[in-house]
Structures are given as structure tokens and as C-alpha cells.
Design a protein around this ligand. Structure first.
Ligand code: SAM
Length: 498
């Protein structure tokens, strides 16, 4: 397809979906709605231009730790390594066949690398190798070129090349060298590859499953037109490898569509730091524009600051102007610098011994360590602290792994109110946490509570995930079953009482 015809097609594609792209001076290309969208409505969806699963290519990685290149499933121990390149895994011949047109070229290129070099073939390196192979196959008309699946969309992505620091540039140059060694394409120059790595950094997306667990990375150049906001009106989720953007708020006609690129639970400074580091821009969304205002100061102190020395007080602390410590803004009690420092270094000391991902054998030991950290953090931080929330998330996961359901439920119930405070009401993490809570309550015989939690989970997740995916159908079926059980229990109790 010619460039001009592709552009005309793109405009029609946008028009059909009631969308338009405008160039804003501060943000560059920006996606706008030309009609109103309701919460839960799909705004757009796109298959990846290229994608790869999150596999680690050291020689010790096993099939149980790897993902199929076609469907990204782990499939227990049943994955088979590609006999040609020994880098890529497949769950069966169907996925292998569907990937072959592209992989046959990648396979040949990877096979020329010695074993040592193959260890450096990270998902990002593979993404780049696949990008060039796909571009060439589309140029040679082996693969079709369509409105939303063509290299011109990749060319249009922002790279921020002129703003990259020397250290990062050196890293990109090293990565580009490896890609060049793999591809051995005389027409591809190193600077262009480095620029594409920079494009990946601010445009590629992590592909997650319905429970928001990362599975791989992909380039969705059309979705990449959407700018960031710390209080977005849309969300990006994935249905298998398809990127789906849904409205999470009412989006009026002519408004900009925004998603969040980062974890939005955090102070304005924390959010701005991570946006600047990875996406190289200064966010001026409505939430960020509140920086320094009383509500923003309070929110930062609650999410990232210390708790009042009086256990019963729920006030938040601000630095004392005389630098003696931190003063509670509710009861005015001073918490000394020395006390805070002592507790913080104790948390640090214990945390250093806590494994980030404990093995099956030392899970019980890790649980005890994390409980000690949690106890210390409860005395140091506010009850809505992000750090405390992360510790509790880790504990919840480990307790689920060792099937300590009651304790897991207790932690789940501690996490939900924090999520409700730090995330907007339609954030899928709130729905997922209610889902876990509901399943635990049901398992522990608290059927009425389970119905309430599963209903809340469904109400949130139907906005971000829609209702038609297998994941949502399973949630809906569980909810129906729990409701039936609860009404059976109600009838039994009524009969017993009469
Ligand atoms: C995924 S791209 C989004 C589309 C981009 N505006 C374009 O022209 O292609 C990410 C880049 O867009 C810009 N951007 C995204 N959100 C922004 C915002 N809220 N304010 C300013 N720039 C933003 C930054 O340059 C960022 O690195």
C-alpha cells in the first residue's frame, strides 16, 4: 500500500471509530473522541505489530518457567524449545505454524549466535529483531500491510533521541550491535536501531493477563498515540495479545482520551519522577497541577510519610520547620527525627534478609520475615502507606501459595480499603482484590460476604474488562453459584427457625 493511501485509510479508520488525532504543542499526537463514550465502552482495539513473551534465555531456564511464543501460555511442563534456535518455546504445532512465517527468519538468524551470546537475547532484543524481520517481510509483500499493521505507524512514534543521556545511549548502542550481529542486514544502520530502542522505551506496552500479571511485551503503534494522565479516562487491558482500550469514565465528545502509563498510587513527585525517567515528559494533568496545594501535600504525607507517634491518632505528619522531626497535623505531637531514623533502619535491616521471590522451600521463613517487616512498618507508616500496602500484597501472595486461607483473607481485607483510597473507583486492581476476597470468603464458608465481594468485583471489572472474556464469564458464573448457595442457606435457616 502506498503511503498516501495508508494515511487516507487511517483517517477513515479513525472516523469510523469516532476518533481523531490532533497535534498538541505540549504533547505531540493526541487521541480525541468525536462522540461521547460511556464507562466500559471499547474505544479501540489493536493486535500487536510485534510481540514477544517474557522469557529468560539463560540455558538453565526450563519449560515450566517459559511461555509459548504464539499464545504466551506457560502450559506447565509441556512446552517444547524450537529445535533450530533453542531460544523460542511453543505449546504445540498450531502456535508454531502460526508464527513460522516470521520465526523462520528469526530462527535462522538466532542459530548463527554462539550459546554465550544467546543468553543476551532478552525479550527487548527479540522485539527489535522481529520488528526488522516484519518490516522486511511487509516490504517484500510476504506479509500483508493494513491500515493498523504497517511500519509507517512505527516510524511515526516518538523516540526522544535528542534527550537521551550518554549512559542510556551507550546501552542502546550495545543492544543495537547485538541486533546487527543477529540480523546481519547491511541496509540497517546502528543509529536507526538505537532510535527504535528509544521508541520501545516510551511506546512499547507490557502485555498482561486478565489479572494484570505481565506476560510479555508488544508494540501497538496505534494505541501508542494515546497520551498519559495520572487520572485517566480510559484503560488499556489485553484480551490474550489484543490491546483493548476501554473508557473508565464518562468521556464527553471532543475530549482527549488518556490512559495511565505508570502505577498511579503515589505522590505527585513519585509519579512525575517515573514519567520523566521513562517517558521524558513533565506531566501537567489535573492531578499533577495540584502539586503543592494543601490536599496534594496531605495525600503525599499519607501515602509516603510517617504515622503519628500516638497510636490512636490518624493524623498525617509533616516535617517540623525547626528540623527536629515530624509534626502530626491533627494532634501536633512531634515524632523525633532519631526515633523515625531508628525504626526506618530497623525496617531496612530486616528487609535486606527478605527474599524478593522466595523459593517453595523457604516460603514459611519468608512469611515470618515479612510479618516482622509489616509489624515494624505499621509503627512507622500511616495505615494508607504504599510501602505497607506492598508488604501486605507480598504476604497475601505467599499465604495464598501455602494455602493459609484465613490469614490470606485477613490481609486481603486490610488491602482493599487502601486500594479504594489510592486508586480511582473503577481501577481493575480494586475489582481483582474483591475477587480474591470473595473467593477466599466462599472457600471459608462465608457465603453472604462472598456474594457481596464477588458482586463488587464484577461491578468494577465489567468496566475495565468488559463482560465477554472467559475470565469475566468465570467470575459471573462464580457469582451466580455463590448467590444460589447463599439463598439456599437462607431458606434452610428459615425452615430450621420455623
Ligand atoms: C506513547 S507516546 C504518546 C503519543 C505521542 N504524543 C506522539 O506524538 O506520538 C508517549 C509520549 O507522548 C508524550 N506524552 C504522553 N503523555 C503526555 C502528557 N500528559 N504530557 C506531555 N507529553 C505527553 C511524551 O513525549 C511521551 O514520551
Amino acid at each position: 500500500m502506498e503511503e498516501a493511501s495508508l494515511m487516507a485509510d487511517l483517517e477513515r479508520f479513525l472516523e469510523d471509530r469516532c476518533l481523531s488525532v490532533l497535534n498538541l504543542p505540549q504533547k505531540g499526537r493526541s487521541l480525541f473522541a468525536t462522540r461521547g463514550f460511556r464507562p466500559g465502552e471499547v474505544i479501540l482495539s489493536q493486535k500487536p505489530y510485534i510481540c514477544v513473551p517474557n522469557n529468560n534465555n539463560n540455558n538453565t531456564s526450563s519449560s515450566s518457567e517459559s511461555r509459548c511464543d504464539g499464545c504466551f501460555k506457560t502450559n506447565d511442563n509441556n512446552l517444547k524449545r524450537c529445535s533450530g534456535c533453542q531460544v523460542v518455546w511453543y505449546c504445540g504445532s498450531s502456535c508454531q505454524k502460526s508464527e513460522w512465517k516470521l520465526h523462520r527468519h528469526e530462527c535462522k538468524a538466532l542459530s548463527t549466535l554462539d550459546k554465550e551470546k544467546r543468553k543476551f537475547v532478552t525479550p527487548t532484543i527479540r522485539l527489535m529483531v522481529k520488528l526488522y524481520i516484519k518490516r522486511n517481510l511487509q516490504n517484500e509483500k510476504v506479509l500483508p500491510v493494513t491500515t493498523t499493521d504497517n511500519y509507517s505507524l512505527v516510524e511515526a512514534l516518538v523516540s526522544h533521541m535528542s534527550e537521551i543521556d550518554e549512559k542510556q545511549m551507550l546501552l542502546y548502542a550495545q543492544m543495537a550491535n547485538l541486533v546487527n550481529l543477529i540480523l546481519q542486514l547491511p541496509s540497517v544502520d546502528l543509529r536507526e536501531i538505537a532510535e527504535n530502542f528509544s521508541k520501545f522505551s516510551c511506546n512499547a506496552h507490557t502485555i498482561c493477563d486478565s489479572e494484570l500479571r505481565p506476560q510479555g511485551i508488544g508494540l501497538f503503534p496505534f494505541v501508542s498515540i494515546i497520551n498519559h494522565s495520572c487520572s485517566p479516562n480510559a484503560i488499556l487491558v489485553f484480551e490474550e495479545q489484543m490491546a483493548v482500550v476501554r473508557a473508565i469514565d464518562k468521556i464527553p465528545k471532543d475530549s482527549e482520551i488518556t490512559i495511565s502509563y505508570i502505577e498511579t498510587a503515589g505522590s505527585t513527585l513519585t509519579r512525575q519522577k517515573s514519567l520523566k525517567e521513562q517517558y521524558l515528559f513533565h506531566c501537567q494533568c489535573a492531578r499533577c497541577n495540584n502539586f503543592g496545594k494543601p490536599h496534594d501535600i496531605e495525600e503525599s504525607a499519607i501515602l509516603e510519610g510517617y504515622r503519628c507517634a500516638d497510636e490512636k491518632c490518624t493524623g498525617f505528619l509533616l516535617r517540623d520547620p525547626e528540623e527536629k522531626g515530624f509534626v502530626c497535623q491533627k494532634c501536633l505531637l512531634l515524632r523525633s527525627k532519631e526515633e523515625v531514623k531508628k525504626l526506618a533502619s530497623e525496617v531496612k535491616r530486616v528487609s535486606e534478609n527478605a527474599p524478593a521471590s522466595p523459593s517453595a522451600e523457604n516460603k514459611q521463613g519468608a512469611i515470618e520475615l515479612y510479618k516482622t517487616i509489616e509489624k515494624l512498618q505499621v509503627t512507622l507508616y500511616n495505615s494508607f502507606s504504599i510501602t505497607l500496602m506492598r508488604t501486605r500484597e507480598k504476604l497475601l501472595k505467599m499465604l495464598m501459595d501455602v494455602e493459609s486461607w484465613r490469614e490470606a483473607l485477613n490481609y486481603c481485607r486490610l488491602i482493599v480499603p487502601v486500594y479504594q483510597r489510592v486508586y480511582p473507583a473503577t481501577h481493575p486492581l480494586i475489582g481483582l482484590q474483591f475477587y480474591t476476597q470473595g473467593k477466599l470468603e466462599w472457600l471459608l464458608g462465608e457465603t453472604k460476604e462472598a456474594v457481596s465481594s464477588l458482586t463488587k468485583a464484577f461491578d468494577v471489572l465489567r468496566i475495565s474488562h468488559g463482560t465477554s472474556t472467559p475470565f469475566m464469564k468465570e467470575l459471573s458464573a462464580k457469582l451466580e453459584e455463590a448467590r444460589a448457595e447463599a439463598s439456599y442457606i437462607d431458606r434452610q435457616t428459615y425452615n430450621d427457625d420455623n
